[in-house]
Design a protein around this ligand. Structure first.
Ligand code: S3P
Length: 450
């Protein structure tokens, strides 16, 4: 089932060379944060290039429920009239975050230090995901949470009336947890300190600084020590959301595996906390080049050119690179199927608690499609068959997970027989223009199975 309607079965058939320019939509992480930080500022934040995927639309709706005025001006242009740090109103209704772990966890953080209560829910996927990783540190500020067994949604948070600042060592590599603590720290007096052993995406830190908060990051033996001074007045901003490197991965990886392809994906963020996939693909022998390297909105960007790569080889993906490519393992496992030899991916326990258990979802589909996959609790290995040798010809379950659906559809562009997914509906959460964009490049993705 898709989160917002009937299932949409889709099939991808082998296609000719992919070519052209792939203008992928705005970054999902930055889009959520633009709306939330806009809502926590006093005055009007304007946003261009907002990702209008369902996940972000659900966050926009939530920000309205907390009292911000959020306006869609069309064409990716939005404005948020914020209520200021500590200014959230108590929502009258349950906050439904749909499929979005980022949305719900960041919003929980943003409300946890205000004297209001809110009840959160989501779709069948989100309601299975662990929330204690966020509510545990929020409890240190004085916020109480009551949910279902195992810290699952639906869940009610009672924000701290008299919050205290917190020093917290994040126990799992998670930008969502780090961000929830920092957003809660905004309305606590004094300094909130978050320490992460492994660097995760740093958009919250960069954007908080941009909105005028006093925030610093020091790299020490403990890891990255992030210090935020509480109770700032956040100053509204104009934000140009860069394109999403995680969405760019789909047309780029498709180009690598479809013979003759040559695809340009313009203005891709090269923030090192997000760019691990591209480094990995190059090590596998991918023909990927960065053109027109430049800086936009404080982030390094380039145009990414991906060409068919006939001699891909399996590699050992360093475990310490996992956080910088955590959302890209599903599509990497597809590319690995077309490489020669084993691609071993250790240090990826977090993949088991995403929109689906991504190791299990991909391993099941890849095996059915004729690829050998071994897996353990925090690792998996794909033994590639080389170009032209991957059978395909199966229907895979997407488990309400956009990236699983898109990965199998990319795979079908180069398998011997078509690949289908039971439900492509979730693709709309992060990449609503996936179908027309891939069709314009020359892909043959159809609605309906078989
Ligand atoms: C995100 C953080 C990551 C990532 C997700 C977006 C964010 O999740 O998988 O798609 O915007 O902070 P974790 O924090 O669970 O690693």
């Amino acid at each position: 089932m898709s989160s917002h309607g009937d299932p949409i079965p889709m099939t991808s058939l082998a296609c000719g060379a992919l070519s052209g320019t792939a203008d992928v939509p705005g970054d999902k992480s930055i889009s959520h944060r633009s709306l939330i930080l806009g809502a926590l500022s006093v005055g009007e934040t304007t946003i261009t290039g907002l990702l209008e995927g369902q996940d972000v639309l659900d966050t926009a709706r939530a920000m309205r429920a907390f009292g911000a005025e959020v306006t869609d001006h069309g064409g990716g242009n939005w404005s948020v009239h914020g209520v200021g740090v500590g200014g959230f109103a108590e929502p009258e209704q349950v906050i439904d975050c749909g499929n979005s772990g980022t949305g719900v966890r960041l919003i929980m953080g943003a409300m946890a230090t205000s004297p209001i209560s809110a009840t959160f829910t989501g779709d069948a996927s989100l309601n299975k995901r662990p929330m204690a990783r966020v509510t545990d540190p929020l409890a240190l500020f004085g916020c109480a949470a009551v949910g279902r067994a195992g810290g699952r949604l639906p869940m009610t948070l009672v924000g701290a009336a008299d919050p205290v600042p917190v020093r917290y060592v994040v126990p799992v590599p998670s930008a969502q947890v780090k961000s929830a603590v920092l957003l809660a720290g905004l309305n606590a007096p004094g300094e909130t300190v978050v320490i992460e052993a492994e660097a995760t995406r740093d958009h919250t830190e960069r954007m908080l600084a941009g909105f005028g908060a006093e925030i610093s990051t020091e790299v020490t033996d403990e890891g990255r020590v992030i210090t935020l001074k509480g109770q700032p007045e956040l100053v509204p901003q104009h934000i140009e959301v860069p394109r999403d490197p995680s969405s760019a991965a789909f047309p780029a990886c498709a180009a690598l595996i479809v013979p003759g392809s040559d695809v340009l994906v313009p203005t891709i963020g090269l923030n090192p906390t997000r760019a691990g996939l591209y480094e990995t693909l190059r090590e596998m022998g991918a023909d990927l080049t960065y053109e027109n390297l430049r800086e936009e909105g404080g982030e390094p960007v380039a145009d990414l050119r991906a060409r068919f790569s006939p001699d891909l080889v399996g590699i050992e993906v360093p475990a310490d690179r996992a956080a910088s490519m955590i959302d890209e393992y599903p599509v990497l496992s597809v590319v690995a199927s077309f490489a020669r030899g084993k691609t071993h991916m250790p240090g990826v326990k977090e993949l088991r608690v995403k929109e689906s258990d991504r190791i299990d979802a991909m391993a099941t589909g890849l095996r059915a499609a004729g690829v050998t996959v071994e897996d353990g609790p925090d690792w998996w290995t794909v033994t590639g068959l080389g170009h032209g040798n991957v059978p395909g010809g199966v229907t895979c379950a997407s488990h309400l997970d956009h990236r699983i659906a898109m990965s199998f559809l990319v795979m079908g562009m180069a398998t011997q027989k078509p690949m289908s997914v039971d439900d492509g509906g979730p693709i709309a959460t992060s990449f609503p223009i996936f179908e027309p964009l891939m069709a314009a490049l020359g892909a043959d993705v159809r609605r309906s199975a078989g």
